[in-house]
Write a protein that binds this ligand. Structure first.
Ligand SMILES: [Mg+2]
Length: 348
């Protein structure tokens, strides 16, 4: 978990930019027949198709979005790809290609970039997406990574945030709050390590939530499952900033209200036990903790029979008229107006 100071160090200057890109990308495979040309020319070439193209970009900045004192570079590479694929799946699409651009200071040797790209490659191989380009450059301080993902979907299959209708059911995949709690555990261990560098953390009790933070998986399987079940969501979004802010995006853009039931929010037992240990409320963690990369969507009530009982999906509430507001119904049966307490990159 903590940095090994005795690694081999090859200076990036020894390779030059083209040598570096070639070195880092030479083992990547291409999966899509639509990728006519990947890395290696002035631009990548993608075959045209009948489908619509989805495009999404994320920029991750060291010290703002990630902390390398507990985030291994291989995991960082993997996660940087996941956050983008998650947005393609949230449109009900299939991710096909990515580009990756990085800026690094001279603090990073070649071996560090090899680790980063090993994570990117693992993500590409697991999710069958092609790395087709990008750029590497130097930065005066720290590391920046920008990933762009390209995806495909038939025009009639694309799901937007603005299609939710009153009486629609609100559904979430997986469980919530784990990634945020994993971060709390890692932050705590970092503080312990600062005081006592000899201490080796015992993280056995937190394996699930730490994995949720360090190695999230985008829900490629959910659009596939919905297709199988013959369900087309009326709206969909991925949960990157917490349930509260994501349901607000859906409600605002769809001009509807909602009721979410506290008792229905899916939580892993490790989330519940860690919340008890940290003395924080598990509902708050699900509502406001970020980075779970689950999918939140609405379906017509007529589709309830098709999704009910599916272990990947939980119905957590329903859509109402706009004037009823965006509400959480607590276990005590109280109605509270939800606020967007989700993580906001300009807040701090
Ligand atoms: Mg998103």
């Amino acid at each position: 978990m903590l940095e090994d100071k005795n690694q081999e160090r090859t200076s990036l200057a020894e390779l030059g930019e083209f040598g570096l890109i070639n070195h880092l990308t030479k083992h990547f495979k291409l999966y899509s027949s639509q990728t006519a040309k990947g890395v290696g020319d002035d631009a990548a070439v993608i075959e045209a198709s009948e489908k619509q193209t989805l495009v999404t970009t994320d920029l991750l900045v060291e010290g703002v979005h990630f902390d390398l004192s507990y985030m291994p570079l291989k995991h960082l590479g993997y996660k940087a790809v996941m956050v983008n694929l998650s947005d393609v799946y949230a449109m009900n699409g299939v991710a096909k290609q990515i580009t990756v651009s990085i800026a690094v200071s001279n603090r990073f040797p070649l071996e560090a970039l090899e680790e980063l790209y090993a994570g990117i490659q693992l993500a590409c191989d697991t999710y069958k997406v092609d790395l087709i380009g990008g750029d590497t450059t130097s930065s005066t301080k720290g590391m920046l990574i920008s990933v762009t993902a390209l995806g495909k979907a038939n025009k009639e299959e694309v799901v937007y945030r603005n299609g939710a209708k009153p009486t629609d059911l609100i559904v979430v995949s997986g469980d919530l709050g784990g990634a945020y709690l994993g971060l709390q555990v890692l932050e705590r261990e970092k503080q312990v390590f600062k005081v006592n560098p000899q201490s080796q953390p015992d993280l056995d009790r937190y394996t699930y939530i730490i994995e949720r933070q360090l190695k999230p998986e985008a829900r490629k399987d959910i659009p596939e499952l919905l297709k199988e079940l013959e369900v087309k969501p009326t709206s969909m979004i991925d949960i990157s900033d917490g349930l509260s802010s994501e349901i607000m995006h859906i409600c605002t853009q769809s001009k509807v209200g909602c009721k979410i039931y506290e008792e229905k929010i899916p939580l892993d037992p490790q989330v519940i036990s860690t919340c008890e240990e940290f003395e924080i409320d598990s509902t708050m963690v699900a509502l406001s903790g970020g980075e779970d990369y689950e999918l939140l969507f609405t379906v017509s009530i007529n589709d309830f029979d098709k999704i009910k009982g599916n272990p990947n999906l939980t119905v957590i509430g329903h859509i109402t008229e706009e004037n009823e507001g965006i509400n959480l119904v607590t276990r005590a049966n109280q109605e509270l107006a939800l606020k967007a307490q989700g993580w906001n990159s300009f807040n701090e």
